[in-house]
Design a protein around this ligand. Structure first.
Ligand SMILES: [Fe+2]
Ligand SMILES: [Fe+2]
Length: 262
C-alpha cells in the first residue's frame, strides 16, 4: 500500500497558522510515500512567502513533488514576471519545474501549467502532453500513474469552465491512452473526484481544495486529499480530509473507491 498526500493552494501569506499545524500533524500521522503540492504555494510569490512554504514543506521530512501555480509568478512586478517568473519558486524548491517521482508502485509526473504572459489561465502545450505520454508509456502495471497540474483538467460546474486548463481535451485523450490513472489539480479551491468521460481508458480528475489558506469558498473548508494505492489488489481510494475547526484537526469526510484499468 502506498499513500500520496495531495496538498494544494496553500497561498502562504494567507495561511491559517492553526490549520498549518494540523496539516503537519496529519502528515506525521499518515507518513505518506509522497507529498504532492499542486501549485498556488504562495499568495503573491514574495520571498518571505516562499520561505514560509519551503520551511513548512521541508519540515515534513517526507519526499516532495512540487509544481507552481499562477500565484507563484510575480503579478505586479512585470519585469520579474517576464524575465524570471520562476526565480522565487526555484530558490525555494529547486530548478526543476516538472519534477518526477518514481517508486516500485508509483509514477507521479509534474507538469508546469502556468504561463507568465497569461498569469491566471493555465495551459498544457502539445510538447508537454507528448512528454508526459512518453513517460506514462514506460510505467509498470504495479505503478499508479498520476499526472499533477495546477488548473483543473476538468470541471463540474458551468461557472468553473473558464478556469479549466487550456489544452485539456488533448491532454485527457493522450494521457488516458498512455495509461494515466489520475490527474491531480487545484486552483479553484473546490475538492472533487470526477471520472473523465469518453476516453480510451478510465481516468479521473482528483481536485484538491485549499489546504491552509483563508481564501476558502463559502461552505468549503480547508481540505487535502489522501490517495491509497493497493498495487497487489489494483484498488485505489481517494480520501478527502477536511479541516474541522472544532476538532482543530483534519478528518476524513469522503472516500471515493476507484478501479484503475490494468
Ligand atoms: Fe489558488
Ligand atoms: Fe491558481
Amino acid at each position: 500500500m502506498s499513500l500520496i498526500l495531495q496538498i494544494s493552494d496553500t497561498h502562504f501569506g494567507t495561511e491559517r497558522p492553526a490549520v498549518v499545524q494540523a496539516l503537519a500533524r496529519l502528515a506525521e500521522q499518515l507518513q505518506p510515500r509522497l507529498v504532492v503540492l499542486s501549485g498556488d504555494i504562495t499568495q503573491r510569490a514574495r520571498p518571505e512567502q516562499f520561505r514560509a512554504a519551503s520551511d513548512f514543506m521541508k519540515g515534513l521530512r517526507l519526499p516532495l513533488l512540487v509544481v507552481p501555480g499562477n500565484h507563484d509568478i510575480p503579478l505586479f512586478n512585470l519585469w520579474a514576471r517576464l524575465t524570471q517568473p520562476y526565480a522565487g519558486h526555484r530558490a525555494a524548491f529547486g530548478q526543476e519545474l516538472e519534477p518526477v517521482f518514481r517508486s516500485s508502485d508509483l509514477m507521479v509526473l509534474g507538469v508546469n501549467t502556468t504561463r507568465a504572459h497569461r498569469h491566471q489561465n493555465g495551459e498544457v502545450s502539445a510538447q508537454q502532453v507528448a512528454r508526459v505520454a512518453r513517460r506514462l508509456a514506460r510505467a509498470t502495471p504495479a505503478q499508479l500513474r498520476v499526472v499533477v497540474v495546477h488548473q483543473p483538467i476538468d470541471v463540474q460546474r458551468p461557472q468553473d469552465v473558464p478556469d479549466r486548463l487550456i489544452g485539456h481535451a488533448a491532454a485527457q485523450a493522450a494521457w488516458a491512452s498512455a495509461g494515466a490513472d489520475l490527474v491531480m489539480g487545484g486552483h479553484i479551491h473546490l475538492p472533487y473526484v470526477m471520472p473523465l468521460p469518453g476516453l480510451a481508458r478510465p481516468m479521473w480528475a482528483v481536485q484538491a481544495g485549499t489546504a491552509v489558506s483563508h481564501r476558502v469558498r463559502p461552505g468549503v473548508p480547508n481540505s487535502v486529499n489522501v490517495v491509497r494505492w493497493n498495487a497487489s489488489q489494483g484498488t485505489c481510494a481517494v480520501e478527502q480530509w477536511d479541516h474541522v475547526a472544532t476538532e482543530d484537526a483534519f478528518e476524513q469526510v469522503r472516500v471515493t473507491r476507484l478501479q484503475p484499468a490494468r
